[in-house]
Design a protein. Structure first.
Length: 96
């Protein structure tokens, strides 16, 4: 492991650190092959790599629901397995 400026290089991978303390919001843009391997982290929980936009929206909606603001696309929940899995995981992991 070596340190170069604000970048910490670890033998198992690269971890980028910056001096900013702001929260990174989830990305909903189109993902390149490099981006699709990035982990989806929301509210301090790592939901895993390669999560698509439907899963990510499900997590956001499930987290809102867990915090007391019921949010769910019933059509997506019934017909989209990625959204449904994201909603369930978000609701489970965002309980306060």
């Amino acid at each position: 492991m070596r340190r170069a400026g604000n970048i910490l290089i670890v033998s198992a991978g690269i971890l980028f650190l910056s001096g900013c303390g702001g929260m990174t919001l989830p990305s909903f843009g189109s993902a390149s092959s490099a981006e699709s391997a990035e982990h989806f982290i929301y509210r301090g929980h790592d939901f895993g790599p390669g999560r698509n936009v439907d899963y990510r929206q499900g997590v956001l909606d499930g987290c809102k629901t867990a915090r007391g603001i019921y949010t769910k696309s019933h059509a997506s929940f019934r017909g989209n397995e990625d959204y449904k899995a994201g909603w369930e995981h978000g609701r489970l992991h965002c309980k306060t």
